[in-house]
Design a protein around this ligand. Structure first.
Ligand code: K80
Length: 448
């Protein structure tokens, strides 16, 4: 291993209570809300199919013109209590809020820039209202923060001159001040999810990324920080030059998941995925017909897929400029919530089971209990389960339903029966297992 000053501070998963809570929460929601919601993908009468929160870039809008949208920021239908109730009903345990996206507009009244909610017709601290409403519903709040800031004259994509050095040093101080402001004003925040950290300017300042993680953890003991913030001494991101994960969980799975058969490496560390409902829209876009929109079932499968591999999943919502949600997102929250109210125990507090994946769906595990989450019913009407060596199935019960038959068909192979009644939706079978692994070891020990 090479010696690093700004590499991973810790090897292996964090096992403290705050990280356990982050991990056990498993299901989160993203809220992407900013000035970009106002144009909703359309500029000067032209509709852009790219991500709506990047419209400034697609339509090549200068920062000062873009920020004039602040004059229209007045979400009259914003109702934080209703937002929190919707999240509660969906079964999310935490919400990640864009405090500031690349555009530089702050949802809190930052005193370090004039581009904040305080300088809009809305005036009030909208971030504070959200934090209170979610926390009052027992939902944790995480902060998304974009280091990349298109509104700030001192931002640099790369450092190519003394002038760049000086300007970017001012920018990093500005960013420190905003982060301290967020940690001070909203001390119940549980996580910082950094974005906009891919430019050469950041990679050349790995020291700063390590300093930010340390600063936040001193101010808010237990807070979690994503790997996307970090660059090491050589500009290596997420994993340092020795291959060790930086931050508390890997945050590279954005709109993608690793293969549950071919690519199991992620099961070795904590990670969190995030996903859009259209193919690629985080902020509000007026026209969702421009790309494929995932059905609630397809969203649900991604949630289960992530948890089956020991990760969290964050489902994105892009609120309208008026502060209400589009009907597709309300229906999605409702559908996922109905399924989670019956089957949530196979998600919350669950992890990778370590069993070979089968065609019918995914396994998740909590201690001695293994859950089969069935998305694909086989014509054979038998759900094949292959258990690891020395592990036996002793019982199988459908969640919110009846026991089903289990027949051993070969060594470590079983047929689990389908539930008698077809619920017409993915269902979960909870297996009780006898794990004789240790017994066998003891036996082998006795022989020696
Ligand atoms: C190329 C690219 C840059 C930034 C993003 C941002 N990360 C997501 C979490 C959204 O915030 C998106 O704007 C996505 C793709």
């Amino acid at each position: 291993e090479i010696s690093l000053k700004y590499g991973a501070e810790r090897l292996g998963k964090r096992q403290d209570a705050d990280m356990k809570r982050f991990r056990d929460n498993r299901l989160g929601a993203f809220i992407h809300w900013g000035l970009y919601a106002i144009p909703g993908g359309e500029w000067n009468g032209e509709m852009y199919g790219g991500a709506a929160e990047w419209l400034k870039a697609w339509a090549k809008v200068p920062a000062d013109e873009w920020l004039k949208l602040m004059e229209q920021w007045n979400p009259t239908r914003f109702n934080p209590k209703a937002w929190a109730k919707m999240a509660k009903k969906m079964g999310v345990k935490y919400v990640k809020i864009t405090t500031k996206h690349h555009e530089g507009f702050c949802l809190w009244p930052s005193k370090y820039t004039q581009y904040t909610v305080a300088q809009t017709p809305y005036k009030k601290d909208i971030l504070g209202e959200m934090v209170k409403a979610y926390n009052d519903e027992g939902i944790d709040v995480h902060f998304y923060f974009s280091v990349l800031d298109w509104s700030h004259p001192d931002y640099r994509y790369d450092i190519k001159s003394e002038e760049d050095e000086i300007a970017f040093a001012r920018f990093l101080e500005f960013t420190d001040n905003q982060l301290k402001e967020l940690a001070t004003r909203y001390p119940t925040v549980k996580d910082f999810w950094f974005d906009g950290t891919w430019d050469a300017s950041i990679k050349k300042n790995g020291w700063w990324t390590a300093h930010v993680e340390q600063m936040l953890k001193e101010m808010l003991p237990g807070v979690t920080v994503n790997s996307r913030l970090r660059a090491d001494d050589y500009g290596k991101r997420h994993f340092d030059s020795n291959g060790h994960l930086m931050g508390d969980y890997e945050s590279a799975y954005e709109r993608r998941l690793s293969d549950p058969v071919k690519d199991l490496k992620v099961t070795r560390w904590d990670w969190e995925a995030c996903m859009t409902v259209p193919e690629n829209q985080w902020g509000y876009h007026k026209d969702w017909s421009l790309s494929y929109v995932k059905t609630p079932l397809e969203v649900l499968e991604r949630i289960v897929h992530a948890v089956s591999m020991g990760g969290n999943m964050v489902v994105n919502f892009g609120p309208q400029p008026d502060g209400d949600f589009r009907s597709e997102e309300k229906e999605l929250a409702d559908a996922v919530g109905r399924w989670m109210s019956v089957n949530g125990e196979c998600i919350y507090g669950c992890d990778y089971a370590g069993w070979d994946k089968q065609a019918w769906g995914y396994y998740t595990r909590k201690g001695k209990e293994v859950y089969m989450v069935v998305f694909n019913s086989p014509y054979s009407r038998h759900l094949v389960v292959k258990t690891p060596k020395d592990v036996k199935i002793t019982k199988a019960v459908v969640l919110n339903g009846k026991e089903v038959g289990v027949k051993e068909t070969a060594r470590n192979e079983y047929n689990v029966d389908m539930p008698a009644k077809d619920s017409g939706a993915p269902f979960v079978i909870k297996l009780q297992i006898e794990d004789n692994t240790n017994a066998a070891d003891k036996y082998r020990e006795a022989l020696t």
